[in-house]
Design a protein around this ligand. Structure first.
Ligand code: KG4
Ligand code: ZN
Length: 334
């Protein structure tokens, strides 16, 4: 089955073609970072307008490059939510309409299900069941995954998502957008032991997270310091270490509580090299397996959407002739 994937939930316009027999055939991402970095964060209206301009040319490039024509496609998967509603509506309208015009099924995919299944695109994919840590700009969730569509939410952030905490802290420190890579790069030059950031909610039982206090702690640390470049790097390093410690502690707890032996990390923050290292150390200690998507598929992409949509289409699911776009949509509602 050949499935075209379309992703426009936030600030990346992405398209891909996934083949259920031969795997991923091609994928393309156009990043809007240059549009939004002037504002220090994503401007929803500009995101939607840019998707409108970029999606069709990107699709034409994909068809040209793969030499696949519309008659070979068996289905279309587009991101239906959660995300920025205007941005979602671009991909949803085009995806659903192309499905109707080509006479093939179209399916609205949950963006976080896409992230969660992204490691399935790798050479050694995880087997079910597993624990997934989803860490993106909008979500921080620990999910017990029994099978495709069988998700139990074990815990989530009660305030900022981990990626959001990176982005907001970077903004407060005057670093660029997106904040994750900016903090990670600066942290390499810093001493993560100079400041002792709190680890909210780790001394309480449970698997929920709280990250909003860390950005305030970072701001106060910075404002009360000598404000040199060295101090900024030390603040970034201490902040990053605190976020990663919290994520690792909660993953360890989720694995121990459930007895599951596989851990999947996905979403933009899973590109973070220190997080990957620390989780690999933990996996070794607990004698479990840990799986990450390749870095390009940690952040938003359409390969994961084509894959998730393909799995659902193969199971006989498809949507009616409606354009689905939902800004808020719980993974557990699937
Ligand atoms: O999954 P994603 O591309 O979009 C959402 O679905 O939100 O995640 C974007 C988030 C941003 O908050 C970004 O700062 C963060 O992922 N991010 C990182 C890194 N690369 C991206 N956070 C920490 N370290 C990184 N290397
Ligand atoms: Zn995402």
């Amino acid at each position: 089955m050949l499935v075209l994937g379309i992703e426009t939930s936030c600030d990346d316009t992405a398209v891909a073609i996934y083949d259920s027999v031969n795997g991923l055939l091609a994928h393309k991402v156009y990043s809007q970072i240059d549009v939004h970095k002037l504002y220090g964060g994503v401007v929803p209206e500009l995101a939607a307008r840019d998707h409108l301009q970029k999606l069709m040319p990107l699709l034409l490039d994909l068809f040209k490059e793969t030499k696949i024509n519309k008659n070979q496609l068996n289905g279309i998967a587009y991101t239906a939510g959660p995300g920025l509603i205007g941005a979602l509506m671009v991909g949803a309208s085009i995806g659903r309409t192309l499905g109707w015009a080509f006479g093939i099924p179209a399916i609205g995919v949950h963006h976080m299900e896409g992230h969660l299944l992204a490691p399935m695109l790798e050479a050694c994919p995880p087997a079910f069941p597993f624990i997934a840590l989803l860490v993106s700009g909008g979500h921080t969730q620990l999910v017990s995954v029994e099978d495709i569509g069988k998700y139990i939410l074990l815990g989530e952030s009660l305030d900022d998502a981990a990626g959001e905490a990176f982005d907001k802290t970077a903004k407060l420190l005057g670093l660029g957008y997106p904040g994750g890579p900016a903090i990670a790069n600066l942290a390499e030059k810093g001493d993560n032991k100079r400041y002792n950031f709190p680890r909210p909610m780790v001394d309480r039982p449970g698997l929920d997270f709280s990250f909003s206090g860390l950005k305030t702690f970072a701001l106060n640390t910075w404002l009360n310091s000598n404000q040199t470049e060295k101090t900024k790097a030390d603040t970034a390093a201490a902040f990053q270490t605190a976020v990663i410690d919290i994520l690792v502690i909660k993953c360890r707890r989720a694995l121990q509580q459930t007895g599951l032996k596989r851990l999947v990390i996905a979403g933009g923050v899973s590109a973070n090299q220190l997080l990957r290292q620390q989780l690999a150390i933990m996996a070794n200690q607990l004698n479990i397996e840990v799986y990450f998507p390749r870095v390009a598929f940690c952040t938003d992409n359409a390969a994961m959407i084509a894959y998730a949509g393909c799995q659902r289409l193969l199971r006989g699911q498809q949507d009616e002739l409606v354009i689905k776009a939902t800004a808020r949509w719980s993974l557990t509602a699937l």
